[in-house]
Write a protein that binds this ligand. Sequence first.
Ligand code: FAD
Length: 517
Amino acid sequence: MIAYIEPYFLDNDADAASVTGQSFDGVSESLHIQGEILCGGAAADIAGKDFGGMNCVKPLAVVRPVGPEDIAGAVRAALRSDKLTVAARGNGHSINGQAMAEGGLVLDMRSTAENHFEVGFLPSGAFVDVSGGALWENVLKRCVSEYGLAPRSWTDYLGLTVGGTLSNAGVGGQAFRYGPQTSNVTELDVVTGNGDVVTCSEVENSELFFSVLGGLGQFGIITRARVLLQPAPDMVRWIRIVYTEFDEFTRDAEWLVSQKDESSFDYVEGFVFVNGDDPVNGWPTVPLHPDHDFDPTQLPQSSGSVLYCLELALHYRDSDSNSTVDKRVERLIGRLRFVEGLRFEVDLPYVDFLLRVKRAEEIAKVNGTWETPHPWLNLFVSKRDIGEFDRTVFKELAKNGVGGPMLVYPLLRSRWDDRASVVLPEGEIFYIVALLRFVPTCAKTSSFEKMVAQNQEIVQWCVRKGIDFKLYLPHYKSREEWIRHFGNRWSRFVDRKTMYDPMAILSPGQKIFNRAP
Ligand code: FAD
């Protein structure tokens, strides 16, 4: 392959159009890569952009691997070259080009989605072996429909791959109890940057196992993950309650996430919204059903520019009577200090609840905002500093909304494994904050630029003020920023890189290390 594609690589200006759409079957045969290889325009169409829509690069080629041997073949080919890099691409839902490889090979992991699906049972519980390139959405559907089982920890949106979220963390409303998705896998098959195919777990090749979890794709490409399962409930009661005061919102949210397993809701999230009738940022974003009305007269006169919503869910079985479910809900909710009259709830099947963001995706696809840029900002902020963050960011900088959801909810550090590569703020309780900005199709370029500038302003303010925070799904341009991000974990991250990807072949789009010649 190298002999064939090297000319394009060495001369990045080579006429990519001349190979547009070409499939290099002959080359793949000579390499013993069974999968398809696409170059030029066809490669750029697949891997030149991501969900963020803010970066555009030309990969040298996209490989659609058949399995780990193809992936190892691509990595070994890169090792034999002097510049080539390799990026695994899950579903390309990164924001800042993290799954891209300018002039490099992109492995379209979706081609491996069906390679594994096997449910197993151990005395410690059930698990499923799934492909790194599988979409969580499909893992959910198969586990529930074929076995009545389901993974324990989810992201809000499931059109993401197993390998893509495990490379970051995978955070959602179940993480306060089970930890992120990285805390819910027990074994991985990985192709390292040395081209080795390795099985790893907490007890076997454990350093590689923990390196890869939250490792931003820097140490290996996940081809199989063993994911813990639990019995899937039939139904979910989905509830939203409104607060006017941030400290009451956080007090209740922290109380809920700190309860023992069976004494709380099964899902706890929260968000900030604008105190006004704006359809994208305000009151209309809270009700859960078209028949629900947000009645602003219920709000006290003293309400500020933004309001807060706790989002909760309780699992139950078809066989549970309505009154049993009502009682369980009232026992918990009775202790919370939300605004009377601003409580919304619906009952829906468990799978529909987990797929709830798919409806938002469909709407955004129709109105065009799925395709416009998404300058999203995700952070973890310590409990110590979340009040100050609220005062400056939510109540001032973002008081008119960000064109999409502004999530904020607490997580517990003890549910995360410190041995994994992800870094967190100090303290047991910290908050995830997500400013999920959508750019309207009619917006001027300047409004998009303002969003990007505001993200920078927020991060710079955090740094200046000494806010204890970490970017989630981080992206930085300079090494100094990466060193600050990892803090006292930087040397561990570098040691892991030296061990598993010494030539810095993998995931160049993260811009942490430069390819070694
Ligand atoms: P990609 O963007 O394709 O890849 C991300 C990184 O992982 C890249 O560095 C890539 O090289 C690497 N990678 C991909 N596959 C592999 C693999 N098999 N092995 C090793 N490395 C690999 N995140 C949350 O935690 N919670 C949420 O609720 C949530 N909701 C989201 C909703 C939407 C609409 C979107 C767009 C994103 C959301 N995210 C959420 C963020 C998401 O988890 C990350 O962007 C994730 O990386 C996307 O997965 P992907 O499969 O598209 O990965």
